[in-house]
Design a protein around this ligand. Structure first.
Ligand code: IMP
Length: 178
């Protein structure tokens, strides 16, 4: 399947499942050699669900834990503007070494909010792992510690990533054809 159609848009193959396997081996080995003690992995749903599952199988650091969150944004009062909240965090993260698992970092807006919210919780350390990184689109200064693959500023879908909620089940990653 070199081309697929989702919501009337055509996508072409970009990263095969074979290449994804190699990216996983590479990023897992970097995390494993980082010597982060008793890490608590935090997967950001929905997009990271496949990546997090496949990555965790390759993590060999003793006492590794994983938890799942969603970032919710809603309009607060007029004075506060947009309010962000971490949903699903049912664990005390104070003093923990966190590794955030993201599917893709684009502008970095989402990541910035997540980092702010975790810093308020008094974590010991916070590292970021992302499968995909759109370097050209990134506007923040937050260091991304573990990057699977740097990609051009194109819309991609598959392996957890969606186009308007569909396409997450695709084993390969596709990019929008233009
Ligand atoms: P950011 O806040 O601009 O960095 O965007 C991060 C979020 O936007 C990701 O967690 C995805 O949910 C979504 N996103 C960004 N780029 C893509 C893409 O190319 N395909 C699918 N989702 C994307």
């Amino acid at each position: 399947m070199n081309e697929i159609t989702l919501h009337n848009k055509t996508f072409e193959i970009f990263i095969s499942d074979q290449e994804i396997k190699k990216i996983l081996d590479d990023i897992a080995s970097k995390i494993n050699t980082s010597e982060i003690k008793n890490p608590l992995f935090i997967a950001v749903l929905n997009g990271s669900f496949l990546f997090a599952a496949d990555l965790m199988r390759k993590i060999t650091i003793p006492n590794s834990e994983i938890s799942f969150i969603k970032l919710a944004s809603y309009e607060g009062t007029e004075s506060t503007g947009k309010v962000n909240e971490l949903i699903g965090l049912n664990q005390d993260v104070k003093g923990r070494n966190l590794i955030i698992i993201e599917d893709i970092v684009d502008t970095g807006n989402t990541l910035e909010k997540i980092v702010e919210l975790f810093n308020e919780e008094g974590v010991q350390s916070l590292k970021i792992a992302t499968l995909l990184y759109k370097e050209e689109a990134y506007t923040k200064n937050i260091v991304i510690d573990f990057i699977g693959k740097n990609i051009p500023n194109k819309f991609v879908v598959g392996y957890g990533l969606d186009y308007d909620e569909i396409g997450r089940n695709l084993p390969n990653i596709y990019k929008l054809k233009n």
